[in-house]
Design a protein around this ligand. Structure first.
Ligand code: SAH
Length: 247
C-alpha cells in the first residue's frame, strides 16, 4: 500500500523543507516523491542535512513542470490545504483519508497523490480543483498553517497507521499463554473463598459482596492458565501457613 502513495510538492522554495519531507517520508515508509516546478535547488547542503540520511529520496525524486504531469497516472489525488476555499470541495480529515487508503490502494494500477502547496501561498484554486478531495489537518483556527514538512509528516503518519491496521494482529496463542477456562476460574474462586474463610478475612454470613468484587477484579484481568496456577499456588501456601492458627 505505502509504495502506491506519492507525495507531490508544488513550487517549494526552501531546500531544507524538501529535505525535511524526505525524512518524514522515509520515517513512515513512503518513497515516491514528485516535485513540481521547485523554486529552489533540490540537492543542497540544507536539504541533505534536513533529510538526515533519507537523501536517497531526494536523488530519486521525479521533476515535473505541472501538477497535471505529476499526477497523470494517479487514480486518486488529494490536495492538502490549510485554508478553506471559496468553492466547497469534498473535505476529508487526515484520518478519514487514511481510512480510505487500504481500499483505494488495492488495484495494481492504484496510485494515490497527496499534493502539498507552496510555503508562502499554498495551492492555487486551479491546483486544488485538479484534486478529487481536499484534506485539512485540524489546527488552531488562528494559526492554521503547518510547516510543509510537518504537514507531510502528519499525513504520512496517518498513512502508516492505516497500513499497520491492515496487518493481521498475531493470534493470541502466538504471544501469550492460553487463557484460563471458565471451569478453571470457578475452581480458583472456590479455592479463594475457602482460603479467605480459613484466614478469617471473609465471613460467609456477612459477605459484603466480597466474592463478587473479587470475581470482577480477576475476570477483568483475563488470567492465563499459567497465572491461574501461580495464584492457586499462593492460595495453597496461604492455607498451609494458616493451619497452625486453626488448630
Ligand atoms: N501559507 C499557505 C500555507 C503554506 S504551508 C497558505 O495559507 O495556504 C505549505 C503547505 O503545507 C500547504 O500548501 C499545505 O499543502 C500544507 N499544509 C500546511 N498546513 C496545513 C493544514 N493545516 N492542513 C493541511 N495541509 C496543510
Amino acid at each position: 500500500m505505502l509504495e502506491r502513495i506519492r507525495i507531490v510538492l508544488i513550487g517549494t522554495s526552501h531546500p531544507g523543507n524538501i529535505g525535511g519531507v524526505a525524512r518524514a517520508m522515509h520515517n513512515m515508509g513512503l518513497a515516491d516523491l514528485a516535485l513540481v516546478a521547485p523554486r529552489c535547488d533540490v540537492i543542497t547542503q540544507d536539504s541533505i542535512s534536513r533529510a538526515s540520511g533519507a537523501d536517497h529520496l531526494l536523488h530519486q525524486a521525479t521533476l515535473h513542470a505541472s501538477i497535471e504531469e505529476a499526477i497523470a497516472d494517479c487514480t486518486l489525488a488529494v490536495g492538502a490545504s490549510a485554508r478553506s476555499r471559496t468553492l466547497p470541495w469534498p473535505m476529508l480529515s487526515p484520518r478519514e483519508l487514511a481510512a480510505r487508503l487500504p481500499q483505494e490502494c488495492k488495484p495494481d494500477n492504484a496510485r494515490v497523490a497527496l499534493v502539498f502547496g507552496r510555503e508562502d501561498s499554498g495551492l492555487t484554486n486551479t491546483e486544488l480543483q485538479r484534486c478529487h478531495a481536499h484534506v485539512h489537518i485540524p489546527t488552531n483556527a488562528d494559526f492554521s498553517s503547518l510547516n510543509l514538512a510537518a504537514a507531510v509528516q502528519v499525513l504520512a503518519y496517518e498513512c502508516r497507521m492505516a497500513w499497520l491496521g491492515q496487518i493481521e494482529p498475531p493470534t493470541v496463542t502466538d504471544e501469550q499463554d492460553e487463557r484460563a477456562t471458565h471451569e478453571e476460574l470457578e475452581r480458583y474462586f472456590e479455592h479463594l473463598e475457602r482460603t479467605l474463610v480459613a484466614i478469617e478475612f471473609h465471613d460467609p454470613d456477612q459477605p459484603r459482596q466480597l466474592m463478587a468484587r473479587l470475581r470482577r477484579l480477576y475476570l477483568r484481568a483475563r488470567p492465563e492458565k499459567m497465572e491461574m496456577n501461580i495464584l492457586r499456588g499462593i492460595l495453597s501456601a496461604t492455607e498451609k501457613a494458616a493451619l497452625p492458627r486453626q488448630r
